[in-house]
Ligand binder design. Structure first.
Ligand SMILES: NC(=O)c1ccc[n+]([C@@H]2O[C@H](COP(=O)([O-])OP(=O)(O)OC[C@H]3O[C@@H](n4cnc5c(N)ncnc54)[C@H](OP(=O)(O)O)[C@@H]3O)[C@@H](O)[C@H]2O)c1
Length: 248
């Protein structure tokens, strides 16, 4: 992979390109892959949009985080599992002073999860389910047997309160892996510090949604471009966000 901006380089140290300074107490990074015409899925999933480079960057962003924040829609469709890194991935985490595995934090109102599935693997760190008062009480108590359940918000999850709760638990580096509805809520709450976007050299045509979805929101997020990396025509864009929470 090479760097095009800010200073061109034929080879880059990916960890150095994506690390966050130790002095930063909390950082919430969001990552997505999109086609050149703005689609965030092909055949309903993100996988076909990425290449090896995208998978390397995605793996690295996971490895540099202690909590993975993800919407229930993405977790269900992309068949998420709790993480148990091994080998080089584990070594990398230890080198960066991170716990051996990131904790999965799932945002959901309906709480429609398979309690025996990989998200609640007893061999991995206990997942966190972040939900709101309006979620079904019976599902909440069933989940409490296999996960830590955080209730923040009335009708839907209050993501600012969720972030405060994660920080209280000692997490410092969050990697939000979408999806588009969760990203919209996070933007509205003004809690996003960074967006890492892989731009895939594909045109996939109409149909698929964009990386932000949901009801129209007064989202205002200005971004400054920190770097552009390139491999096989794929662009890896790292943006810092400057955000004001939107008026509701
Ligand atoms: N291109 C990419 O990089 C990328 C990345 C991620 C996902 N995706 C794609 O995105 C699609 C899924 O999209 P999506 O928008 O449905 O995903 P999503 O944002 O992950 O999931 C939406 C669901 O998350 C929960 N949720 C989100 N915000 C909430 C809030 N404030 N309060 C309570 N619950 C909240 C709700 O779950 P409940 O329904 O359980 O209440 C909601 O239905 C998939 O096709 C996936 O492949 C693409």
């Amino acid at each position: 992979m090479r760097r095009l901006l800010p200073s061109p380089a034929e080879k880059v140290d990916l960890e150095a390109e994506y690390c966050v300074a130790d002095a930063v107490p909390w950082h919430l990074r969001v990552s997505f892959v999109s086609s050149a015409d703005g689609a965030m899925t092909v055949n309903g999933r993100a996988g076909e949009l990425g290449n090896d480079g995208d998978r390397r960057v995605f793996g690295l962003l996971r490895d540099l985080s202690d909590v993975i924040l993800v919407g229930a829609g993405t977790a269900r469709i992309e068949r998420y599992r709790a993480q148990r890194p091994t080998g080089e991935r584990l070594d990398r985490r230890r080198r960066h002073g991170l716990p051996d595995a990131p904790v999965m934090a799932l945002v959901s109102k309906r709480l429609d999860f398979d309690l025996d599935g990989g998200l609640f693997d007893p061999r991995a760190p206990r997942s966190i389910v972040i939900t709101s008062d309006s979620s079904p009480a019976d599902r909440r108590s069933a989940l409490e047997r296999v996960a830590d359940v955080l209730v923040v918000g009335g009708e839907s999850v209050d993501l600012s309160a969720a972030v405060a709760a994660l920080r209280d638990r000692g997490f410092r580096r969050a990697h939000c892996e979408g999806g588009p509805h969760l990203f919209a809520t996070a933007l509205k709450a003004g809690i996003v510090d960074e967006l890492c976007l892989t731009l895939s050299p594909m045109l996939t045509g109409p149909g698929a949604g964009r990386i932000v979805a949901g009801p129209e929101l007064p989202i205002r997020a200005e971004m400054s471009l920190r770097h552009v990396l390139e491999e096989d025509g794929y662009l890896f864009l790292r943006y810092d966000l400057r955000q004001e929470p939107a008026a509701s």
